[in-house]
Design a protein around this ligand. Structure first.
Ligand SMILES: [Zn+2]
Length: 182
């Protein structure tokens, strides 16, 4: 199990620190420097500067608690447990996770639209080349504990992003040697 870019945060593993080092602004959110630069390069590579926005980057535990509370109130427990990590257990607290969305007039901040087609599809297909993985893929809900989130990307760096994507793994499975037996 590693720290650094491969840090694992999920329902069983809380984020072990309060504020990550080297947070930097990128597209209106904060990410750790290496992830921020990689996101900029990825978006530039797919010509997505106007169409792709960063909806959420680093969050403090307090912000996560507020999101959790307001989602419980607005969306109920079923939805919240599927899409919102418990306070202290959100990958957003690492500064290595970003929610991206198509730049629409009405943005859903918990589930932003990020379609398979067009510039978003291009972003998705190139993400691993820039160190990002789709962190909550479909069909892996029992491993990750989170429903499929087409908008949530996690920076893990190279070569991990390529291996994880090519083998169709989750970060949990990758760190356990690809077995995936929790
Ligand atoms: Zn997210």
């Amino acid at each position: 199990m590693s720290g650094g870019n491969l840090i694992l945060v999920n329902a069983r593993r809380p984020c072990p620190f309060t504020v990550p080092k080297d947070l930097e602004p990128v597209k209106g959110v904060l990410l750790r420097r290496e992830a921020a630069r990689a996101l900029e390069r990825l978006i530039a590579c797919v010509d997505g500067e106007n169409e792709i926005i960063a909806v959420s980057g680093w969050r403090s535990e307090k912000e996560q608690a507020e999101i959790y509370r307001s989602s419980l109130k607005e969306n109920g427990p079923d939805f919240t447990e599927k899409y919102v990590a418990l306070p202290g257990h959100s990958e957003h607290q690492t500064g290595l996770a970003v929610d991206v969305g198509l730049n629409l007039p009405d943005i859903d901040f918990i589930c932003p639209a990020f379609p398979e087609s067009g510039v978003c599809g291009l972003f998705r297909r190139r993400a691993a080349d820039f160190g990002f993985v789709l962190r909550y893929p479909p069909g892996k809900e029992t491993v990750t504990g989170i429903a499929h989130e087409p908008w949530h990307f996690r920076y893990v760096g190279q070569p991990h992003s390529k291996i994880i994507t090519e083998r169709g793994l989750t970060l949990e499975e990758y760190l356990e040697g690809g077995g995936g037996n929790e």
